[in-house]
Design a protein around this ligand. Sequence first.
Ligand code: PEP
Ligand code: MN
Length: 338
Amino acid sequence: MIVVMSPQSTAEDLENVKKKIEQEGLQYHLSSGSERTIVGVIGDKKLISHFEDHCFLPGVEKTMRITEKYKLVSREFKGESSVIDVGGVKIGGNNPPVVMAGPCAVESMEQLMEAAKAVAEGGAQFLRGGAFKPRTSPYDFQGMADDGLKMLRQAADAFNLKVVTEVLDQRNVMEVAEYADVLQIGARNMQNFQLLKEVGAAGRPVMLKRGLCATIKEWLNAAEYIMSAGCDDVIFCERGIRTYETYTRNTLDLSAVVAIKELSHLPIIVDPSHGTGRRSMVRPMAMAAVTAGADGLIIEVHPHPEVALCDGDQSLTPADFKRTMEDLKKVAALRAEF
Ligand code: PEP
Ligand code: MN
């Protein structure tokens, strides 16, 4: 449920409400808007009912039940769109789309430096690259692990970029958090609830990819796990879903951009690389995503896609990326008029 404080309420009123929530065995989550403070109350359903019946406290304007299972991520809880600030790079709200780009996997320092240069010159803000790779076959390249993380940080710093990289396993959360600015949860782990709780408590923003077969509501609930573990900065990432179609690797669901914005205050970015699996489709789908209102994109870029250890077919060359970024700027400028 949410407790809406009246505009005239005092700091002491708010303290009382917080104290009462804790006394009832519940947790609170504050959201201060320009006019009102809203207190989200989460925890056991029965305890919430009890609290609701006893919530006649000074300074409280009204209380409201949030009907959906996901609470903290919902627009009902927070009407205003959240802006996530990653060391000065702002994602969401009315900010221009943010671009994260780089190879599927970190392969070598040389490959990464070339990729980082192309990505920075194209105007992206983040370097992406997997150090821990969730491969379909155990015999495929699994990533460079710790060495890969160090290389990512070094290459990103050399070109003034932020790092986004996947954390695959609970045991590596703190290690990845040491090198990355944003922790990525991959599609295959979207419902790894224990991992979601761990990343939620790691003190870093989290980019949550949509599961291969996940509904929008399952995805929102996965984000709720992260937020309820203490992380306010969750970014959704639509990366295509499984359908009967096989021409594309996945079916990119751009309507999810609109759905997430209707249902949640959190930002959403789009991955046209995994969403299509085809280089020729990345630029058009990136433009479509921005037109649909996406807060950013994550795009695979490899200096030499023909020798990539992973996902070469969907990776843009530096020249493709440059063109894509030029076109995206035009689309973003047009979008700003609507
Ligand atoms: C990735 O972005 O590196 C990746 C593995 O993507 P996904 O989890 O969406 O398959
Ligand atoms: Mn990939």
